[in-house]
Design a protein around this ligand. Structure first.
Ligand SMILES: [Zn+2]
Length: 94
């Protein structure tokens, strides 16, 4: 009889442990997601734009499209580039 009660108590502890474990994993997952999101924002917030009057695209990196640019290359935020009428480069943003 007492043994059975002990078993019940143990199973309750295991349940508690599992719930706690899941909570911790959930918190860790949220933190990881936030971290990834923040990194993605940093990598997309700045873009490269050729100052040529014929340039129409902004670039995420010095791609082959941007290498054709014979003018200066400037860095600006993506929203700024969009506001100025630049489109996402087809090579950088597939
Ligand atoms: Zn590009």
């Amino acid at each position: 009889m007492t043994e059975q009660r002990n078993d019940k108590r143990i199973s309750r502890w295991i349940k508690c442990f599992i719930v706690l474990y899941l909570c911790l994993m959930g918190v860790a997952a949220v933190h990881a997601a936030n971290y990834v999101q923040r990194n993605a924002e940093v990598s997309t917030s700045k873009v490269l734009v050729c100052t040529s009057p014929n340039a129409y695209a902004f670039h995420s990196h010095y791609c082959r499209g941007l290498k054709r640019c014979t003018y200066d290359t400037v860095t600006m935020s993506r929203s700024q580039a969009v506001k100025r009428g630049y489109k996402a480069c087809k090579i950088c943003y597939k």
